[in-house]
Design a protein around this ligand. Structure first.
Ligand SMILES: [Zn+2]
Length: 346
């Protein structure tokens, strides 16, 4: 009776949220840990594999939440985030006390070294919403790793029976099987499994699978291949606080002769651009940085040396984007071309 009530509540929740931005609390349960290493094989420990996979899953959920694009908004609870022992009831308590909406348990399998493939479980008494969660995890894991499809199954596992929300348990692959172990222990494949768990939970809540955009940092130093300047810009190390191994300096005057930093940006979007210089009283008080959109930002290089100074936040297209530093400003000073940074999309 209790389980029926819960299933109805959760079904209503899913219906309510399917036409709006989803906000759900996901409890991730990395199996084993601490004094219980789980299964082993090929130098791997199941407890370590599934913790790393689970932490990557949390990272993808957080990225999806922080990304203004598609996907959902998730709060994440972990039954463990380090290599510690947590009892089976302890895992259920974490999920139940947090009021999680879904419980997603990650394991590696092991048997006789020849058994292999991916299988995902829910309780034998689970309703259709829980079965949907299980089925979508299984489907996405088959896409992620392409291991043998052992199908969706039911089992009265402790955590599936004692959690008060829709719960599934994925046996990603067999850690003691030669072919499967290539996947279970690989950081790259763990990340793929984590990303496809994100797709599964997105699909489960009626959302189109969406890969959140990850902010990137592009630094172009005056020694980088993306930098160019005329020989009038002389190399210097005389003022400390430079980025990398040196900087370039040029006398100001009535000519542009701009130094240029170019970054090749993978994904278009809003980027924060910053510049680094070494400061001294002989620097330009209004050093003219020319941004990729052609606008100019004047920065006082007499102060704030040795740190990143924000120039502006702008929408940039993917591909080559350049920041220039002109020397055309009040004569009798120096402009300093050291490094620039692009961070985004954000
Ligand atoms: Zn296990």
């Amino acid at each position: 009776m209790k389980r029926t009530t819960l299933a109805l509540t959760v079904a209503a929740f899913a219906l309510t949220t399917s036409c709006f931005a989803v906000t759900a609390k996901i409890c991730i349960d990395p199996g084993h840990g601490g004094s219980d290493p789980g299964a082993g094989g090929f130098g791997q420990s199941e407890a370590t594999n599934v913790l790393n996979t689970s932490l990557k899953f949390k990272t993808w959920l957080d990225k999806d939440t922080n990304d203004a694009g598609g996907g959902g908004s998730w709060s994440v609870v972990m039954t463990r985030s380090t290599d510690v022992y947590v009892s089976l009831q302890g895992r259920c308590d974490v999920a139940n006390n947090a009021g999680a909406n879904r419980f997603m348990c990650i394991h590696n399998n092991a048997f006789n070294t020849t058994a292999n493939g991916t299988e995902t479980f829910c309780s034998p008494t689970a309703g259709t919403t829980t079965q949907d969660l299980r089925n979508k995890v299984q489907d996405r894991m088959i896409q992620a790793w392409g291991r043998a499809n052992r199908g969706v199954k039911t089992a009265a596992y402790y955590v599936l029976e004692h959690t008060a929300m829709n719960a599934e348990l994925a046996e990603l692959a067999f850690v003691d099987n030669a072919g499967d172990s290539v996947y279970t222990g690989s950081a790259t494949h763990q990340d793929t499994a984590a990303k496809y768990h994100l797709y599964a939970i997105q699909n489960h809540f009626g959302l189109t699978a969406y890969t959140p955009v990850v902010a990137q940092t592009y630094v172009v130093d005056n020694t980088s291949s993306g930098f160019s300047a005329s020989t009038n810009w002389t190399l210097s190390t005389s003022e400390p606080g430079y980025y990398g191994t040196n900087y370039r300096a040029r006398a100001t005057g009535s000519v542009s002769d701009a130094a240029q930093w170019t970054a090749t940006i993978a994904t278009g979007g809003n980027y924060t651009m910053s510049a680094w210089w070494t400061s001294n009283a002989n620097r330009a008080a209004a050093a003219p940085y020319i941004l990729p959109d052609g606008t100019t930002v004047a920065k006082n290089q007499q102060t704030s040396g040795g740190v990143w100074n924000t120039l502006a936040s702008k929408s940039l297209s993917s591909g080559a984007n350049s920041i220039k530093l002109s020397c055309w400003t009040t004569a009798g000073y120096y402009v300093i071309a050291d490094a620039v940074k692009f961070v985004g999309p954000n």
